[in-house]
Design a protein around this ligand. Structure first.
Ligand code: PGA
Length: 249
């Protein structure tokens, strides 16, 4: 039985005051849960949230990381820096990073390599656009994105890595892949890994992301190959985020 993980992706939201209220509420509500819960917050708030989460079982994560070590990379943040602030997770290759900030499959793969080497657990996002889905390219796109990561980290690297299937058309739109649509892609991801290593495929956590809400979480998380969620908008409302965590419990 794979353990479920619910990770909140705050994106570029938050303030010192709002974070404190949100994290305190989530920390309290999530304490009795058996599933893993993580909060992926903007860089400037890592120290604050790390402090608020100390002595709790909730995991801390960042939303991206540099593929480089220290050096002349103005504006970038390294794996070692995230580790110093208590991060366990880092989201890699979110569709907003891919489309707005030009991250290619290769860059995403390089970031995964750096994260794994430094002891961070990457949550690697894959997913097709609406156009790609409508033209029947979903499996091809997801498979290509996954293959780039696999060829960089090797199937053994998947032991410390989580995949998040996030159809781009479902992110922040209120449109969700139906449980059956999501399950089909999750199963295909697992099959692609199983072709290399059946044991690794069986233990790989594959999260679903894209307009997960308290109203649809139970049905999504009940699918055989959906092992939790990557939650954007609903992660900013303690009540909603906790209800989604409950659904994974
Ligand atoms: P959403 O975002 O839940 O607001 O759709 C998910 C994500 O982008 O990770």
């Amino acid at each position: 039985m794979r353990k479920k993980l619910v990770a909140g992706n705050w994106k570029m939201h938050g303030s010192l005051q709002a974070n404190q209220r949100l994290v305190e509420a989530v920390r309290e509500g999530a304490a009795p849960l058996r599933c893993d819960v993580a909060l992926c917050v903007p860089f400037p708030y890592l120290a604050q949230v790390s402090g608020l989460l100390s002595a709790s079982t909730l995991g801390l994560g960042a939303q991206t990381v540099s593929e480089f070590g220290q050096g002349a990379y103005t504006g970038e943040v390294s794996v070692a820096m995230l580790k110093e602030f208590g991060c366990r997770y880092v989201i890699v290759g979110h569709s907003e990073r891919r489309t707005l900030f030009g991250e290619t499959d290769q860059v995403v793969a390089d970031k995964c390599v750096a994260a794994l080497a430094g002891g961070l657990l990457p949550i690697v996002c894959v997913g097709e656009t609406r156009l790609e889905r409508e033209s029947g390219q979903t499996q091809e796109v997801v498979s290509r994105q996954l293959a780039a990561v696999l060829s960089a980290v090797g199937v053994a690297g998947l032991a410390n890595l989580v995949i998040a299937y996030e159809p781009v058309w479902a992110i922040g739109t209120g449109l969700t892949a139906s449980p059956a649509e999501a399950q089909a892609v999750h199963a295909a991801i697992r099959e692609q890994v199983a072709a290399l290593d059946a044991g690794r495929a069986a233990t790989l956590q594959i999260l679903y992301g894209g307009s997960v809400k308290p109203q649809n979480a139970v049905e999504l998380f009940a699918q055989a190959d959906i092992d939790g969620g990557l939650i954007g908008g609903a992660a900013l409302v303690a009540e909603d985020f906790l209800a989604i965590c409950q659904a994974a419990n």
